[in-house]
Every structure is written in C-alpha cells, then in structure tokens.
Design a protein around this ligand. Structure first.
Ligand code: URA
Length: 233
C-alpha cells in the first residue's frame, strides 16, 4: 500500500490531508523522514506520524446511538444517514451499518467496514440476539407473549422464528423483544398481527454488547476490545 493511503486509513485522514502531511515532512518511515507520498510500504515498515507510531487497524467498529429521523444506510442522495453522523471522524473508511433500524427507531447501530463480521451478525443461522425496547399503544397480552414464543405468522403468511417478549408489570404498554432475525419492519408487523401499534422502538443490545447509555442520541464510540471479542464469539 502507498504511504499516503496507509496514513489516511490508519489515522482517519483524508487522502489529500495525508499527502500534505507526508510532503510537509511529518511522517517517518523506519526512522527517516519520507516525503514521497507514493512510497510503497512493506509489512515490516514502521511509520511514525507527528512523533507517534501509526498503528494499523484493518477494520473499525463503532457503536452509534441512532436518533429518530436518520436513515440506516451508508449514503443517500437526500436524507442524512447513520454513516453521515460519524463520517467526519473516519474519512478514509467505507463504513456501512451492520443491520438496519427503521427511520423513526432509535438505538444501537453498529457501523463497520468489516463485511465478514457484519455478515455473521446478520445471518439468522448464527442466532445473534438483538434486544429492543418497545412502547405499544395497548398493553402487552398473554396471547402476544405465547405467539412470540411459538413464532408469529405475519399478515403475508411468513412465519417468524420464535422470539422473546418480556413484559414489565409496572408498565403494561412497555416490553422488551429479543429477535434472532431481521425481517423488514419485523417488530411492528409482529405486533400488528395482534392489532397493536408500536409508538417507540429502540435497540438496546446486539448479542451481549449493550448500548452505552452515556452516548446519548447521536453519540458514538468505538467498541472496546472486550465488546468486539464478544461479538466475534
Ligand atoms: N423491527 C421494526 O419493526 N423496526 C425496527 O426498526 C427494528 C425492528
């Protein structure tokens, strides 16, 4: 890989900012200043930028607390997307959301450029649980709980995998739903079978990784090593 490409990707710089940094003599290769942006690096080369060793990260993994009104897509011609919310901090990265939330839903979106991990997390065969908090326009019923447990058949005839519906005795219209698949509008359609509308929907966990409360809507941070290891497991 070229030095400017490497620097851009590893340090989150744009390609032109990386080139400028190299030409300005801010980058050393194996202890010597290197001003040629097109220098081809080998795997053993050590790069230092502004005095700090550059640590190569092949992929990044970002936990975002998606606000309502933002599209779960990499880019869109008209509307703001989840990637737009973080793009400034990751200019060299082809990020995308690993899984979608509806435009009005909020909560945990994992943004990454690791296609293989995203594929695993989304595969129904891997049974990765996604946990949602839901506010309904009507109380949760025993019929709903049993139906979710057995696998709800949607209005179009498709039967969903068994899901957990956990209610809260102090809040009759509030529930936690745990799914292992991601069908379009799945939760809204599952409750729709029982004539219930979803007023609020928030994803709070993917697998064992719980959305960080401290982020707040629109906030994001990278996964810790422990969180990433748990997702990879
Ligand atoms: N199910 C839905 O209906 N909407 C979401 O955003 C996620 C799951």
């Amino acid at each position: 890989m070229r030095l400017d490409q490497y620097l851009a990707k590893a340090c989150g710089l744009s390609r032109s900012a990386a080139r400028t940094a190299v030409r300005a003599g801010k980058v050393k290769r194996n202890g010597t200043v290197c001003k040629a942006a097109d220098t081809a690096l080998s795997a053993q080369d050590e790069v230092v930028y502004e005095g700090k060793p550059v640590v190569w990260r092949e992929f990044v993994y970002i936990m975002l607390d998606k606000p309502a009104g933002i599209l779960s897509a990499a880019r869109d011609a008209r509307e703001r997307t989840v990637v737009d919310l973080v793009a400034k901090d990751y200019p060299g990265r082809a990020l995308f959301p690993a899984g979608r939330l509806d435009k009005q839903s909020t909560g945990f979106i994992l943004l990454t450029d690791d296609g293989a991990l995203a594929h695993e997390l989304l595969s129904p065969k891997k049974h990765v649980e996604k946990t949602y908090e839901v506010v309904l326009d009507t109380p949760v019923t025993r019929e709903m709980v049993q139906g979710f447990e057995q696998g709800v058949t949607l209005a179009d005839g498709e039967t969903m995998k068994p899901a957990k519906l956990l209610c809260d005795e102090t809040r009759p219209c509030f529930a936690r739903v745990v799914l292992t698949q991601g069908v379009y509008h799945q939760i809204k359609r599952m409750f729709g079978v029982y004539g219930a509308g979803v007023n609020e929907l928030r994803r709070v966990a993917i697998g064992e990784v719980v959305l960080d409360d401290a982020l707040g809507l629109g906030g994001f941070r990278e996964l810790t090593e422990r969180e990433l290891a748990s997702l990879k497991r």
